[in-house]
Design a binder for this molecule. Structure first.
Ligand SMILES: [Zn+2]
Length: 545
């Protein structure tokens, strides 16, 4: 069972010959070619690849040229390799104000010290005043018989809530220890908007957020891009956070406390609590449009019908650009994050395009923008796909690989939730790779990388990640590398290319994804999510039964 592009061949002899040549082509995937891409994409010349900069132009033109060289065809706007992604950058300003009034008292919160947030209406100045309602975790999840809203009309209201989800160790209730999407703060804002609320204030606590206020403060205190609103499209007048202490201050006139509300929000019988306070905001921001693009290439399938369907390979090309110097270096090169994924993407495209006998479905190679700004490039692609979600078999995402040598295991969070699992397990077995579970499911990392944008529209999707066992190295070598990378180099100018890097593990991951993709492209039926999964309704809506 060496060859996956031979599935459509009928004659045994021919099959044997082609199987040999196919296997040979796949063997040809080269870590050294991946190195060449990584070295260029992460070089200072590209200035850290921030969306909308000269560095972006160089990066996306390079990727488009590479796709052209390997024979992958343009699949972006107007027969180009580029899909324009209209983004608006909103940089909240210290002049922003948030206050609350109740029982004759007014509480004013201090920017960054006590609150962060912005209007999502993409305006330089937005103002509002409205009644506040506490809505627990702000979750409506029929599959877990959970509804924090209980039919309450929250239109035009400011919702106070906690992030995360009801505590559980039961895998059938909010994923047990694992975080489901209901627990992510992005869900809270989306659900509030669906319900016509005016704004959302998340009361931060370290246990519910999973990180300290400093993390909230740094990420919300700077420019964030979002997809440009269509004319007349609704958006929240305020999306933000307050510290636990500021939450206490806000709640004081209502005679409620943070601890008491946190406890109440754990109950299935919870009902929204009108707080008898009015919240007022005046949000100032610098607003600008960003000229940025996804790069989209396609290799056509061999089946006249199924060629309209596809397997997606994705990797974000963007990083943080030029910023505050660290040890005199202002360029945030993003070598591991994510020049490595870009190199793998181009190498898979080359191997796929070189196959003499193409699989039945097409392959799409998608280098997306603005991952660092909140998965915006993949979000935009999912809303404006080159191949509809209902015709997309599978999406494999590549984001940040440690170039430390051959690996013995892979982490594929989310793959176990899809019907593609047997195919994936089969490929892992043949390559001698052990599939490891997500070591920290409670952190909800599944919802923080580009594959999630595809899952949201129903596509079975996950990121391919290396585990931490490295061939020929001590058992804790991989873990130590991760720890050191995360503490010293993650999102720092020192995430740079090093000539002594070993690309054998990246070569394995490229081959692994290629083999899975080839099988998925030849399957009789499109993979889907398993029964009860939170993404199954979206898959069914996209037309896959
Ligand atoms: Zn990344």
């Amino acid at each position: 069972m060496g060859c996956h592009c031979a599935g459509i061949l009928r004659r045994a002899a021919l099959l044997a010959i082609l199987a040999g040549s196919c296997a040979a082509q796949i063997q040809e995937i080269s870590g050294e070619r991946i190195r060449a891409h990584v070295k260029f994409v992460a070089s200072d010349l590209l200035e850290g690849r921030a969306p909308g900069t000269r560095g972006e132009k160089l990066a996306v033109e390079y990727l488009a040229a590479q796709f052209a060289l390997v024979g992958a065809k343009p699949a972006g706007d107007n027969s180009t390799y580029f899909q324009k992604v209209p983004l608006v950058g909103v940089d909240p300003q210290p002049a922003s104000e948030l206050s609350a009034r109740g029982r004759g008292r007014t509480v004013r919160l201090r920017w960054l010290e006590e609150f962060v947030g912005a209007s999502q209406r993409q305006k330089p100045l937005d103002q509002f005043e409205a009644e506040a309602v506490f809505v627990g975790h702000g979750i409506t999840a029929p599959e877990y018989q959970w509804d924090d809203f209980k039919g309450a009309d929250v239109r035009g209201k400011i919702l106070l809530l906690f992030t995360n989800e009801p505590t559980s160790t039961d895998a059938n209730f909010f994923g047990g220890r694992a975080l489901t999407y209901y627990g992510r703060w992005t869900y809270k804002y989306e659900e509030a908007l669906r319900r016509g609320a005016l704004g959302v204030i998340i009361i931060h606590t370290a246990p519910t957020a999973g990180y300290g206020w400093n993390v909230v403060r740094t990420s919300w205190g700077r420019e964030q891009p979002s997809v440009k609103l269509a004319a007349g499209e609704a958006a929240l007048a305020f999306a933000g956070w307050v510290t636990s202490e500021a939450g206490e201050k806000l709640l004081a006139p209502s005679r409620h406390t943070v601890a008491e509300l946190l406890k109440a929000s754990e109950s299935r019988d919870f009902r929204p609590i009108p707080l008898g306070i009015r919240v007022r905001g005046r949000l100032a921001a610098k607003v600008r449009e960003l000229d940025t693009s996804n790069v989209v290439a396609r290799v056509a399938g061999s089946d006249p019908e199924l060629t309209s369907e596809a397997v997606i390979f994705s990797a974000h090309w963007d990083h943080l650009g030029v910023g505050a110097p660290v040890n005199g270096d202002p360029i945030y090169n993003g070598a591991v994050d994510n020049a490595t994924g870009c190199g793998i993407l181009v190498e898979i495209a080359r191997a796929w395009a070189a196959l003499e006998q193409k699989p039945r479905r097409s392959a799409l190679f998608l280098a997306v923008t603005a991952e660092e700004g909140g998965l915006r490039g993949s979000e935009y692609y999912a809303l404006h796909p080159a191949v509809p979600a209902g015709k997309t078999a599978l999406a494999l995402n590549y984001d940040a690989f440690p170039p430390v040598g051959r690996v013995a295991d892979v982490v594929l969070s989310g793959a176990e939730r899809t019907t593609a699992l047997p195919v994936i397990e089969g490929v892992a077995r043949r390559m001698g790779l052990e599939i490891k579970p997500d070591p920290h499911p409670e952190q909800g990392s599944y919802y923080r990388s580009d594959h999630f944008s595809f899952a949201k529209v129903g596509i079975p999707a996950f990121s391919v990640k290396t585990g931490d066992r490295i061939a020929g190295k001590p058992a804790d070598f991989g873990e130590q590398f991760f720890r050191e990378f995360n503490s010293k180099h993650y999102h720092q100018p020192s995430d740079e290319y090093h000539a002594d890097w070993d690309f054998a593990g990246l070569e394995q991951m490229a081959r692994f994804g290629l083999l899975i993709g080839l099988e998925a492209a030849n399957l009789e039926r499109l993979p889907t999510w398993k029964p009860g999964d939170e993404f199954l309704p979206a898959r069914e809506k996209s037309g896959v039964k």
